[in-house]
Design a protein around this ligand. Sequence first.
Ligand SMILES: [Zn+2]
Length: 156
Amino acid sequence: MRIGYGWDSHEFKAGIPLKIGGVTLRHDQGLGGHSDGDVLLHAITDALLGAIAGPDIGSLFPPSDPQWKNADSAVFLREALQRVRSAGYALVNLDSTLILAAPKIGPHAGAIRQHVAQLCGIPADCVGIKAKTPEGMGTEDAAIAHVAVLLKRSES
Ligand SMILES: [Zn+2]
């Protein structure tokens, strides 16, 4: 078995859609930076790549490369899953913690869990989606994601 860990953060910016776990959430700000700014999918991608000691997301998809501007982050996740398969592993489960001041994730956690499970090809009860507010951290302008994954050797 292998474990992997990923972390990511993006700054909130006005006038762009907010996407977390591939789900667009209604909010007055979105996450700027690399691609569509999907902090959760980026952390999952890095956790998967880390579990197989692969290159990190920034090496595979450099933020400086214009082809990744506004890209759907599901593209990065699919590449990481493909690399996991090629290395002879399969994803068992993943757990995540989101840290952001707003919007509240609770009402959307079910939808995010379903979507991430579908993208990863694992059951929804193998996807943990937890959220906290940044008490005393001073990171109200950012969304942060921590992700742990467990891989097992493929059957074949
Ligand atoms: Zn990112």
